[in-house]
Design a protein around this ligand. Structure first.
Ligand code: DQA
Length: 145
């Protein structure tokens, strides 16, 4: 089975983007970390886009396939009702969608304190660096076990 790990805008710049906030590891390093943590038979399908429509399309794909989703919506977290509605389709269909953040948005600027995604997510994990994704993977495996 496959787990979708979807990353929103500017996360393709990880490694060089604000390393004091997001660390110095890049997206391929995240993919390697998750692959190392995934049990045999579980495929990590990690993707990144700066485009809202593409991200929404990937969530539609998850609705159709039933694949669990780990989603870092990045800045879309704070204002994309289109993405929220797509995330809602996933969980209303009985799918699992975990919202993750590398940083703890609540400890940062005011505009990051609100997530329009959290209310339709299965759960939220934030503030643990790349380990936020590993914790989300662990949650998916435990919930489905
Ligand atoms: C982020 C937090 C968001 O506020 C920000 O816009 C990002 C990354 C995180 O992983 O900490 O791009 O989602």
């Amino acid at each position: 089975s496959s787990i979708l790990v979807l990353n929103g805008p500017n996360l393709g710049r990880l490694g060089s983007r604000e390393p004091d906030v997001y660390g110095d590891q890049d997206l391929p390093a995240l993919e390697a970390l998750l692959n190392a943590e995934a049990p045999e038979g579980t495929t990590i399908d990690l993707r990144q886009t700066d485009d809202e429509g593409t991200l929404i399309g990937w969530l539609h794909e998850a609705v159709d396939s039933g694949a669990p989703v780990i989603l870092n919506p990045a800045a879309f977290t704070h204002y994309s009702y289109g993405l929220r509605d797509a995330a809602s389709l996933v969980t209303k269909a009985g799918g699992t969608l975990i919202e993750v953040h590398i940083s703890n948005p609540h400890a940062r600027e005011e505009f990051r304190h609100n997530s329009v995604i959290s209310g339709v997510a299965t759960g939220v994990i934030a503030g643990f660096g790349f380990e936020s994704y590993v914790l989300a993977l662990s949650a998916i495996l435990r919930v489905r076990a």
